[in-house]
Design a protein around this ligand. Sequence first.
Ligand SMILES: [Zn+2]
Length: 126
Amino acid sequence: MANVANTANMPAKRKQQPKPRHVPERTCIACKQVRPKRELIRVVRTPSGHVELDPTGKKSGRGAYLCAKRSCWEPALHKGRLEREFELTLLEEDRAALEAYLATLPAEAPPAPAQSSRAKKAPPQG
Ligand SMILES: [Zn+2]
C-alpha cells in the first residue's frame, strides 16, 4: 500500500527553549547607534597601517563598525570619521577600496514603508 509521508513517523522535534543568547553589540562610528555586531560592517586597521574591510570579522587589528548604508559610510570616509577613529590617514589605495564598497551600499539600510505619499489629496479642479 501507499506508504505515505514517512516523515510523519519521525520522532517529534524536541522543543528547545529559545534561550535569549547574548548578542554582541557594537556601535556604529558614524551614527553612534548600537546594533547587533552582525548587522554592522567591520573595518579593521591592520598592524601594517592599512585600513580594510573585514567581512568575516576575524582579521586582527583594531576594528571599527559601520552600518551597511551610505549615510554612515559617507561621513566615515569623506569627513574623516574613520581616520579619527583609527588615528591615521587613509592610504589612497585603501580609501579607493572603501569608496568602491560604499558605492555598493544602499543609501539607507532598512527600506522604510512610505506612507506619506498616500495622504496627498487631489487638488480641487475648477
Ligand atoms: Zn550607522
